[in-house]
Design a protein around this ligand. Sequence first.
Ligand SMILES: Cc1cc2nc3c(=O)[nH]c(=O)nc-3n(C[C@H](O)[C@H](O)[C@H](O)COP(=O)(O)OP(=O)(O)OC[C@H]3O[C@@H](n4cnc5c(N)ncnc54)[C@H](O)[C@@H]3O)c2cc1C
Length: 493
Amino acid sequence: MIHKKVVVIGSGFAGLSTATHLAAEGQDVLLLEKNSTLGGRARKFDAEGFVFDMGPSWYWMPDVFERYFEKFGKKVTDYYSLTRLDPSYAVFFGEGDVMDIPANLDEFRQALEALEPGAAKKLDLFLEQAAYKYQKGIHDLVHRPSLSLTEFLDFSLLKDLFRMDIFQSMSSHVRKFFSHEKIIRLMEFPVLFLGETAQNIPALYSLMNYADIALGTWYPMGGMHRIIEGMVQLAKEKGVEIRTEAEVKKINVHEGKAVSALLSNGEIVAFDVLVAGADYHHVDKHLLDPAWSNYSDTYWDSRTLAPSSLLFYLGVNKRLTNLRHHNLFFDEPLGPHAEAIYTNPAWPEKPLFYVSVPSQTDPSVAPEGMENLFILIPLAPDLDDPEQTREYYFDLVMDRLEKLTGQEIRSHIVYKKSYAHRDFKEDYHAFKGNAYGLANTLMQTAILKPSLKNKKLPNLFYTGQLTVPGPGVPPSLISGGVVAKEVIKSMKR
Ligand SMILES: Cc1cc2nc3c(=O)[nH]c(=O)nc-3n(C[C@H](O)[C@H](O)[C@H](O)COP(=O)(O)OP(=O)(O)OC[C@H]3O[C@@H](n4cnc5c(N)ncnc54)[C@H](O)[C@@H]3O)c2cc1C
């Protein structure tokens, strides 16, 4: 049996961030990862000369990453190089109706003005408000551990309550500024990252539009996993010990404290403090005895999860035209698809989907003359995903993709792999096969999220996309920093 000061479970953004913060504070840290590769949902795999990022593909909020590395006296450029994408992305509204979203703000203003006279000026005001929310939200609010309401009772915040638009929905906020259907869809798109529709996401999150339009869409050359590689390198530089294929099967408790972790190989790792960066529900309901879990089954079942997804990783043996790095297929109405995700969970009839083609920017992710495609269809969590259903949706998406981009793709596929609910469960112990955690609805914000502390075991903490501040790469990175501070505080008590 070994003994470590701190054990962190999981090598996603949150686990790596926690471990690095704690090691930088002089703690002796061991990170345990069940899979054979690091990065959690942001892992990569190589197949037949293609390099596939398995999860995240949008690099937004570059300042959050910059600040992360700066904390440790480093820069992003010490680990990877970023390219700003221009256009940021393309939106397919229908056949022959495609809009490139320019990186340049003036060009974007003009594009909106062409759709709706006066929209450019309205955009300025919309963005001015969004910039304020971004500064306050990303530089302040998300760094609060949300353990008690009193954290939010400071005068400046109360004064700002209405300015932060917490009680208004994104949907009605956007409609106060714009009326053209395409502009509304563009402005509502970023909140889809938060796991709910614009009707159920507070307008606070127009900060995402600021991230999109003002701060831009970036790409780490080599792939998103370059961020993970950089973080792993930094973690090791700070002294974190990392073990893969080290699945925690049980957390042992003695005299009111978590004391050790039983690994799948029978080994026992003892610790003073445990931070769980694995899916919260898995830790709460499967690694702990019921007496020590934070929440009941009823609680978990009543949470609004962010969607799961059906993904396809494709290698294509020719270069494709009419596709950008990021492509949103909004050629069908969002309403019925959203209903199939949130209201009456079912496979959607006419899903919207997203296609990423990183080889449009980065030749290193596909063999020469070929293309690397990642297709994502958002789905309700907890659906059955048998092979024939996946294939049905593959054909459905391919039909539309080929028609809308005017080219044959299917017959040029030389590599294909699908990924959905049961893979999320198997690979990450994802509750109901969720892809990105809990939705950021008003009732699941700040102190209303699963707590980053275990209420009964003073030395057990949680981090990651199911606790504060929420889903997505930047929030998970921030979550690690927030929990590390709480761990250090608890050690000083
Ligand atoms: C398909 C997809 C697309 C996405 N796109 C974007 C995007 O474009 N931009 C963006 O910002 N965000 C995106 N996200 C969300 C983002 O990837 C996640 O919010 C973030 O990566 C979550 O990090 P995490 O550390 O909380 O969790 P994870 O990455 O899931 O890390 C948890 C780790 O714990 C490990 N683990 C679980 N159980 C155990 C155990 N018992 N013992 C040991 N280890 C265990 C898991 O293997 C995993 O490595 C996307 C997610 C998905 C799935």
